[in-house]
Design a protein around this ligand. Sequence first.
Ligand SMILES: CC(C)(COP(=O)(O)OP(=O)(O)OC[C@H]1O[C@@H](n2cnc3c(N)ncnc32)[C@H](O)[C@@H]1OP(=O)(O)O)[C@@H](O)C(=O)NCCC(=O)NCCS
Length: 145
Amino acid sequence: MTTIKLINAKATYPVRHSVLRKGKPIETCFFKGDMLPTTLHIGLFFNNKLSGVATLLTSQNALYTNKNQYQLRGMAILDKHQGKGFGNLIIDFTIALLKDKNCDILWCNAREVAKAFYIKNGFSTTGKPFNIEGIGKHYIMQRSL
Ligand SMILES: CC(C)(COP(=O)(O)OP(=O)(O)OC[C@H]1O[C@@H](n2cnc3c(N)ncnc32)[C@H](O)[C@@H]1OP(=O)(O)O)[C@@H](O)C(=O)NCCC(=O)NCCS
């Protein structure tokens, strides 16, 4: 059984670490803005165990003219639970949550491997891919709400 709810920043770190920062120091899992009161951390629980996370930050990207933008960061489903629809559930939860906050655009820097996942979830790309040192090729992607 899955449930999704808001969690605190610290709870996201083990999942970020095992999925997004494998073998790197735990400090690489701390994001600027994690502790801001406007930042939202989402946790997906499968059989009461935290199995997926995502973070939403109020962050204005100059690429967009929208006034109320959020950035999606740290989207991660534990390896053993990927491909079960959990990522879709987190995006659905995110969209409902942000609509409630009058957000008009959600954007992210998407890893190349996750690009197809975001496209399935209504995102599209803007501009050319770019490299993030130590992680690889990324696309700027956005979804209007
Ligand atoms: C990317 C990620 C968040 C997707 O979550 P998930 O739970 O595995 O994805 P889902 O099972 O909800 O899949 C949703 C849809 O996207 C598709 N999809 C998921 N990952 C995909 C991939 N790598 N390539 C192509 N399609 C993919 C699925 O086929 C599915 O399509 P459907 O709805 O038509 O059946 C997850 O796989 C993950 O954590 N990956 C490693 C970390 C990562 O890359 N995070 C993103 C950082 S930008």
